[in-house]
Design a protein around this ligand. Structure first.
Ligand code: SAM
Length: 441
């Protein structure tokens, strides 16, 4: 059950290594052949067929003819391949702006070879495909046929304000090759904002396993060195020519929705510099909270959506932010300090915890906002949310597959998709952020 701040619980067993899967493929690794590239699929590749098998092709575009080289063949039904030669190019193909991307190189981006408009069309296709196949929506639904992935300000490069770079055994920073532990050394990462890229990539990090970097709204850069098991070992803050050691848990200042926010150095914040602003506008617009209403902000982080909705419900309303992480809860409390209608509850959002929280709350929520991690809320939590009878459920999703699964669960519990927006919060990658409004059917 969620509790008011002070006694969070942790899930046991997280982070256990997965057992090696047996190789059941067709022995095609290294083979080269020509294919006609079919539709885009979730995960940054397109689908082709060869000798009756599915080939997931990276570095290609739908409609192209390419020569592929098989990079991985472990499953009977499909293999993975890179397009190594383009025989007939699609109109959306462009020169890659990043010299480190391409077959066998840095695995950080998926769509460097695609125009920005083309990337957004591919992402819209992926959202449509996931919501019809997993969400069981009708492909002719105007919410899907009319879906456009909206660009965020700033263009497709230098948008990333937080990043984790890998470090090789010699202390050289870079990013990993696709589906590999190998580190590709980088002098630059053109999707990362310049000060963050420079702070990490202009030096060596002997003994480190990775480096986290974040730039806050004031331009202050914080780097955190991680050991080979991913544990933070030291933090430095670079601001106005200074380079000083800092507390690992130091807070960063962010601006979004017209106000300032404090976020734990290691806590969640949208990576795209403009994403928090865009999502606040989308969530508040779709929620349309009214004076006196009760709003539940699940997976609240530093209280971004709850804080943005609090003024709409006014002093007679109530906003309850629920978050598992103790440090994020502390930041949320600081952020919501001036809003007496807002409270922070620390606890796990799972079916049992949420049911207990709702009993303790007393008020049935009018609006529920959910912004879960990639795995999504899941069918059990979705059913509990639907059981509240809220007039609006606003679901923020960074994985359209998780959203698709939960669309089906919400539909089974009596909620229909009433509005859908999608944002290109991760240009050059295959990721896309969706904001969906559900209403009682
Ligand atoms: C995608 S972030 C969203 C944060 C916030 N809405 C924002 O936009 O800044 C997801 C948040 O959910 C929290 N979280 C993850 N699993 C959780 C769970 N089972 N129960 C409660 N919170 C959880 C994470 O700590 C993280 O702060």
């Amino acid at each position: 059950m969620a509790e008011r701040r002070g006694s969070g619980r942790r899930r046991p067993g997280a982070g256990r290594p997965r057992a090696e899967r047996p190789d059941r493929g067709g022995g095609w690794t290294g083979r080269e052949f020509e294919v006609a590239v079919g539709p885009v699929a979730h995960g940054g590749h397109c689908v082709a067929r060869h000798e009756g098998r599915v080939v997931f092709v990276r570095h290609a575009l739908p409609g192209e003819r390419v020569v592929v080289r098989v990079t991985e063949d472990r499953q009977p039904g499909y293999c993975r391949a890179d397009a190594v030669e383009v025989l007939e190019a699609a109109p959306d193909r462009v020169e890659r702006p990043c010299p480190y991307s391409g077959p066998g190189r840095c695995g950080g981006c998926d769509w460097q070879h695609v125009s920005w408009e083309g990337q957004r069309r591919l992402k819209a296709d992926v959202v449509r495909e996931q919501l019809t196949r997993l969400g069981r929506l009708d492909a002719a639904d105007p919410l899907l046929t009319g879906l456009e992935v909206e660009p965020l300000p700033g263009g497709p490069l230098r948008w990333r304000s937080r990043a984790r770079f890998a470090v090789d055994r010699a202390g050289v920073p870079g990013l990993r090759r696709h589906r590999s532990h190998d580190v590709v050394a980088l002098d630059d990462c053109p999707i990362t904002v310049e000060p963050a890229a420079r702070a990490v990539l202009d030096r060596r990090w002997p003994g480190a396993g990775a480096v986290d970097v974040a730039v806050d709204s004031a331009g202050t850069v914080t780097t955190t060195r991680l050991d080979r098991r991913g544990a933070p070992t030291s933090t430095r803050v670079l601001a106005a020519g200074q380079d000083v050691p800092a507390e690992p848990a130091g807070r960063a200042g962010r601006r979004a929705g017209g106000r300032d926010w404090e976020v734990e150095g290691t806590g969640f914040w949208q990576v795209h510099e403009s994403a928090a602003d865009a999502l606040v506008a989308a969530v508040t617009g779709l929620a349309a909270a009214r004076p006196g209403e009760t709003v539940l902000d699940l997976y609240a982080g530093a209280g971004l959506f709850g804080g943005a909705l609090a003024p709409s419900v006014g002093d007679s309303g109530r906003v309850v932010c629920v978050e598992a992480d103790a440090e994020a809860c502390a930041a949320a409390e600081a952020n919501l300090g001036g809003l007496p209608q807002a409270e922070v509850w620390q606890g796990e959002v799972d079916a049992e915890g949420l049911t207990g929280l709702l009993e303790e709350l007393g008020d049935a929520p009018d609006v529920v906002v959910l912004d879960p991690p990639r795995a999504g809320a899941g069918p059990a939590v979705s059913r509990v949310v639907a059981g509240t009878g809220a007039r609006a459920v606003v679901y923020v999703a960074c994985d359209p597959a998780s959203l698709g699964r939960d669309v089906a669960a919400l539909a089974g519990a009596g909620y229909r998709l009433a509005a859908l927006r999608a944002f290109d919060a991760f240009p050059m990658t295959a990721h896309v952020e969706c904001v969906a409004l559900f209403e009682p059917a």
